[in-house]
Design a protein around this ligand. Sequence first.
Ligand SMILES: O=P(O)(O)OC[C@H]1O[C@H](OP(=O)(O)OP(=O)(O)O)[C@H](O)[C@@H]1O
Ligand SMILES: Nc1ncnc2[nH]cnc12
Length: 175
Amino acid sequence: MSLQERIDQTIRNVPDFPKPGIQFKDITPILEDPKLSEEVVAAFAQFWKGKVDAIAGVESRGFLFGFPLAMQLNVPFILIRKKGKLPYQTVSYKYDLEYGSAEIEMHVGAVKDGMNVLIHDDLLATGGTAGAAAELIKKEGGKVAGFSFLVELEFLKGADKLSSYSDVVQRIVSY
Ligand SMILES: O=P(O)(O)OC[C@H]1O[C@H](OP(=O)(O)OP(=O)(O)O)[C@H](O)[C@@H]1O
Ligand SMILES: Nc1ncnc2[nH]cnc12
C-alpha cells in the first residue's frame, strides 16, 4: 500500500466537529503509529531538502511534523501561535477560518532578512491560516519558499488563496 493510502486509512473522520456540517480530519491516529509518522516526516524532508532556510509551523498541529522536519533538514523552526501565547515581542495578523476567525503571532526577530521560509501545517482548508502565516513571514522580511501540508481539503480551494505567495504547495493527501 502507498503512503497516501495508509495515511488515508489511518485518518479518522469525525462528523460535525467542532460545528454541525464540518467533517473533521483527525490525524491523531497517525501520531499513535511511530513508523508511519517517521515516513510522513521523510516524505516532507525529501521534497524540501536543500530548498529552505527555516520552517514556520502553525499552532498547534503544525508543530507535530514541522519541528521533526526542521531537525531533519537541520534548519531553524519558528513557532506561529494563536494570539497571546508567545512571551516576547510579536507581530500579528487576523484571518478567517473554515469555522470562525483567529489571530496569529510570531516572535519579532525569528525570521532573518531574506530568509527562505517554508510554511508548514497539518491541514489546508480555506487557506486563511497559511495565508496569514505568509503575511507574517513577509512582514518580517522573509521570503515564502512554499507550503507543505499533510492533508488538503481540495474542495475549499485553499491553494488558490496561497498562489499569490508561492506556487509550491506540497500536500501528501487531498480530499
Ligand atoms: O486553511 P484554514 O481554513 O485556515 O484551516 C486550517 C487550519 O485549521 C486547523 O487548525 P485549528 O485552528 O483547528 O487549530 P489547532 O491546530 O490548534 O487544532 C488546521 O490545523 C490549520 O491550522
Ligand atoms: N475539516 C477539518 N478537519 C481538521 N482540521 C481542520 N481545520 C480546518 N478544517 C478542518
